[in-house]
Design a protein around this ligand. Structure first.
Ligand code: CA
Length: 231
């Protein structure tokens, strides 16, 4: 699977949606969309997007309510949300941020500005997907060149191990459970079980230890795994 970031656009105005989809697609992002709040909750759950652009004014379920429900659910609570709002008033902005949005853009916005906000968000949360080299201890990962090195020695990884390492290295020290790894590395609709995660972790460890260094991946019993090279 390509290491392309997924952006979910929630917008009921079709021309607006198409304009955003076109411009974000041009930036190399994989775009999924929803035209109302109910659909947004379903698509967010199915596709585990890396960032959500959420219109405030939606039919039926408002953007604020969608935001609240995304935050209440374990599988979606970590996904960064950028609210698109026509309401420029301070009180409304604060309300949006209070509900759990990470950023907001006031309509009418410039598409260029919105695209750069999305990239800024991804740089913080999914740096490997926007061309940043990840580097921790003696291990570096360059997603743009699809290259991993340890202590200067190139490490060959299969596509799944590469994506697994990207996800782990983006949050050093954080413990991911197997379900989270399945969402982030595979995708929710695939018929893959926990044992598969363990198999690929095993392959990744073996490859990373080829240079003789210590095991940078920590197993947390009963939970999952963390990238922890400095422990
Ligand atoms: Ca709207």
């Amino acid at each position: 699977m390509a290491n392309r970031p997924v952006v979910l656009i929630v917008e009921d105005e079709r021309p607006q949606m198409e304009l955003l989809a076109f411009n974000l697609g041009k930036e190399g992002l994989h775009v999924v969309s929803a035209a109302d709040g109910e659909e947004a909750l379903i698509v967010a759950d199915e596709t585990a997007p890396d960032v959500i652009l959420l219109d405030w004014m939606l039919p039926n379920l408002s953007g604020i309510e969608v935001c609240r429900r995304l935050r209440d659910k374990q599988s979606t609570q970590q996904i960064p949300i950028i609210m698109l709002t026509a309401r420029g008033e301070e009180a409304d902005r604060i309300r949006g941020l209070d509900t759990g949005a990470d950023d907001y853009v006031v309509k009418p916005y410039s598409v260029g500005e919105l695209v750069s906000r999305v990239r800024a968000m991804l740089r913080r949360t999914r740096p490997s997907t926007v061309g940043q080299v990840l580097s921790h201890a003696d291990i570096s990962l360059d997603a743009a060149r699809h290259r991993v090195e340890r202590d200067g020695v190139p490490i060959n990884l299969g596509p799944t191990e590469f994506r697994l390492l990207s996800v782990l290295m983006e949050r050093p020290g954080r413990v991911f459970d197997r379900d989270q790894l399945l969402d982030l590395v595979w995708s929710r609709d695939s018929e893959i079980d926990h044992r598969t995660v363990d198999v690929h972790i095993g392959r990744l460890r073996k490859a990373l230890r080829k240079t003789g260094g210590p095991d940078p991946i920590r197993t947390v019993r009963g939970t999952g795994y963390a990238f922890d090279p400095d422990r």
